[in-house]
Ligand binder design. Structure first.
Ligand SMILES: NC(=O)c1ccc[n+]([C@@H]2O[C@H](COP(=O)([O-])OP(=O)(O)OC[C@H]3O[C@@H](n4cnc5c(N)ncnc54)[C@H](OP(=O)(O)O)[C@@H]3O)[C@@H](O)[C@H]2O)c1
Length: 251
């Protein structure tokens, strides 16, 4: 089967491309660095020729409100238009668990717009919503840092390792379209402030984490339901503490 991975050079994309190739599929890793740009349309028609499935795991280079909305709106329209012209039979996109509960954030308004375009198109689809990646915990700490302190909500999260996200996407890519949404999460619920404390401590990072129920996560306040999955998520195998120990050992 010919499968195009948009954002195929990224964290999830590169793992997904490897996994699908190991399963014997003809995979195109498409992104600006290989001449395929969903913002401008460059290289898109050529990449999609004869493709049965497209998996969109691209991300916006900027998280600024206007830029990220423009990114997911324009890339979504360009990609779905090119897929319709090429006769693609299954569009898969990676989104975030809880997106509709996080709309005070410009990033999540943009992800919601991306999902709405997919649902409004005529192309059969599956939206895969994941919780936060273990690899993103450092970025969460960074975004919440002010003058050496990290201010974070104690809301529950259930993060997942990127390898388990890529495995789940590979399975979805070879299944029938759901015309609906599936959720992915890691095996362990944990409080966000505690998650980042463990991460910084293991990395011997001197920043202090301050617990603040009103601390905003990319612009939005959180509660225990905001970032956690619903009734039947697919659960990843890797535990955060095991991943963290491995990642510290690897330097
Ligand atoms: N971080 C999290 O915890 C989390 C949780 C749930 C869902 N997600 C979602 O997961 C997705 C993938 O995230 P990631 O961390 O794997 O991303 P990433 O490592 O930042 O990679 C982004 C990819 O997007 C590509 N890209 C950027 N601009 C593009 C354009 N104009 N046209 C085509 N491709 C473009 C990049 O290509 P180049 O390398 O060529 O620039 C790169 O391959 C995102 O949609 C995000 O919303 C993330």
């Amino acid at each position: 089967m010919k499968i195009v991975v948009i954002g195929g050079s990224g964290l999830i994309g590169s793992k997904l491309v490897n996994e699908l190739r190991q399963r014997g599929h003809a995979v195109v890793a498409a992104s600006p660095s290989s001449g395929v740009n969903t913002l401008t349309g460059e290289g898109l028609a050529e990449a999609l020729a004869d493709a049965q499935v497209v998996v969109d795991v691209a991300n916006s280079p900027s998280f600024e409100d206007k830029a990220v909305l423009e990114f997911f709106g324009t890339t979504g329209r360009n990609l779905l238009g090119a897929e319709a012209a090429a006769g693609v039979g299954h569009h898969i996109a990676l989104s975030v668990v809880g997106t509709e509960r996080l709309l005070a954030s410009g990033y999540f308004r943009a992800k919601m717009a991306q999902e709405a375009l997919i649902k409004a198109s005529k192309i059969p689809y599956t939206i895969v919503r994941s919780t936060q990646f273990f690899e993103f915990v450092g970025g969460i700490a960074q975004s919440a840092t002010d003058a050496g302190t990290v201010r974070l909500s104690p809301a529950l999260v259930q993060p997942i390792v990127s390898d388990d996200v890529a495995l789940a996407l590979a399975d979805v890519a070879v299944q029938e379209p759901r015309n609906g949404t599936v959720e992915l999460a890691g095996p362990d619920p944990i409080r966000l402030d505690e998650l980042v404390r463990r991460y910084l401590s293991a990395k011997r990072d001197a920043r202090t984490v301050i617990t603040d129920v009103h601390a905003r996560y990319f612009g939005t306040e959180l509660n225990d339901q905001s970032l956690t999955p619903g009734a039947n998520p697919r659960i990843g195998a890797m535990h955060f503490d095991d991943w963290l120990a491995r990642s510290v050992a690897q330097g």
